[in-house]
Every structure is written in C-alpha cells, then in structure tokens.
Write a protein that binds this ligand. Structure first.
Ligand SMILES: Nc1nc2c(c(=O)[nH]1)N[C@H]1C(S)=C(S)[C@@H](COP(=O)(O)O)O[C@H]1N2
Ligand SMILES: [Mo]
Length: 215
C-alpha cells in the first residue's frame, strides 16, 4: 500500500478519536451482554492493519520474549510449536464497530509464557512489537487472563498472512487493536509504554464493555 494511503488512514482514525466517533455513551456487562455497546455482529472477518502485511516465512520467524523477566527466551518456529498447545474459543470486538463470535484459536497461552519467562516483581506491563513496526501495550494482569494466546491457528486452519500469521496475539477482552498481528517481540516492563494507536488518541486500556474506544 502506498505511503499516502497509509498516512490518510492514520489521519482518519486519529480524527475519529478526536470526534469520539461511534460512542454510545453506555456501558455493558460482559456477563450478560455478549455484544458490547455500539458493536454490530458480522459473519465475515474484516482485515485491518497499517497496510504493510509482512511476509515472514516460518524458517525466518523468531519470537523474543524478554525485558523484566528472569528467563528471557527466543523461539524459532519449531521451539514455539514444541510449547504446550492451548485452545480457546472467544469473540472479537474491533473498535471500528464490528464483532465476530466464536473464533477458535490454537497456540501458546500467555499463562505458559509467564510460567516460563518468570516476570520480575517489578514487571507490570507488556508491550508487543510486530514485524510491520506496530506496537501495542497491555497490563501484565490483562496479559495473564486465561483466554489470551499467541495464536497460530483459527478454526483449525493456520492464520493467514493478512490476519497476522504465522503468529499473532489474541487478547479477547479488549478491542482487537490490542491483538498484535505478526508478533516478533514481547517485552515485559516496569513502566507502561503506550503503543501505536494508544499515542494517537486511542484508549490505553480498550475495554469494549466500558466503551474505552478513545482516551
Ligand atoms: N502488527 C499489527 N497488528 C495489528 C494491527 C497492525 O496494523 N499491525 N492492527 C490492529 C488493528 S487496528 C486491528 S482492528 C486488528 C485487526 O485484525 P484482523 O485484520 O485480523 O481483523 O489487528 C490489530 N493488530
Ligand atoms: Mo482497529
């Protein structure tokens, strides 16, 4: 995608944040309201990113997990696939208003990652860095939720390049911009470090039921 298009997309999304686009001013309860406020259900799976979809062959793929941890690791593809495999079914909620139910993800659970790398007592935040230069941040507590995965498959099929394959984060309780596609580096930090959209008007947390679209 041309740089001009990308700049325009970024400018448009920043303008939406400034204008508070799509805000309903209501909140929902995830226990009783499966669809968060202001969302609509879709059957398809839209593609959203900055327009650069990096092609990372599995032979070249590496994932480094480091920062405020006792045991940093770098996995190649075989080492990643040799980790205990987890499966979880969850819903996707994109800040541009669409939601998609019942996505079956397979991959390595973030709880396994935490057990392995052993965050130090100072670690409180996690930043994802991707092969396209994208970054996004979550709290360590959010990262540690039981439904979070570094996923390689969706509904039993390897995740395609357009959706972040060979591997992407899945953080189901937050808007989908927190789920970094093409992940290459997971960094544990003592201090929070807002990511690409978080410094461009999007909420630092991003809970759909609280409609934390912008902030
Ligand atoms: N690496 C990377 N991850 C990313 C993005 C991106 O541009 N680059 N876009 C985010 C946004 S804004 C959304 S809505 C989702 C879209 O995921 P999908 O294309 O699989 O629907 O990816 C998120 N993860
Ligand atoms: Mo998004």
């Amino acid at each position: 995608m041309a740089d001009g298009f990308k700049d325009k997309l970024i400018a448009t999304k920043q303008a939406w944040a400034r204008a508070g686009r799509l805000l309903t001013g209501t909140t929902g309860d995830p226990e009783t309201d499966r669809l968060p406020p202001g969302q609509r259900l879709v059957e398809n799976w839209p593609v959203l990113d900055l327009g650069i979809q990096p092609d990372v062959p599995k032979a070249d793929w590496r994932l480094t997990i480091d920062g405020a941890v006792d045991n940093p690791v770098t996995w190649d593809w075989d080492a990643f696939m040799a980790q205990p495999q987890a499966e979880d079914v969850s819903d996707i909620h994109c800040v541009t208003q669409w939601s998609r139910y019942d996505n079956r993800w397979t991959g390595v659970s973030t709880r396994h990652v935490i057990d392995l790398v052993k965050p130090t007592p100072q670690a409180a935040h996690v930043v994802f860095h991707s092969y396209d230069g994208y970054t996004t941040n979550v709290s360590l507590a959010a990262f540690a939720e039981e439904d979070c995965l570094i996923a390689h498959s969706h509904d039993g099929v390897p995740i395609g390049r357009e959706h972040g394959g060979p591997a992407r984060l899945i953080i189901p309780r937050y808007y989908l911009w927190k789920s970094a596609k093409w992940v290459k580096h997971i960094e544990f930090l003592a201090a929070d470090q807002p990511g690409f959209w978080e410094v461009r008007g999007y909420h630092n947390v991003g809970d759909p039921w609280l409609e934390q679209r912008y902030g």
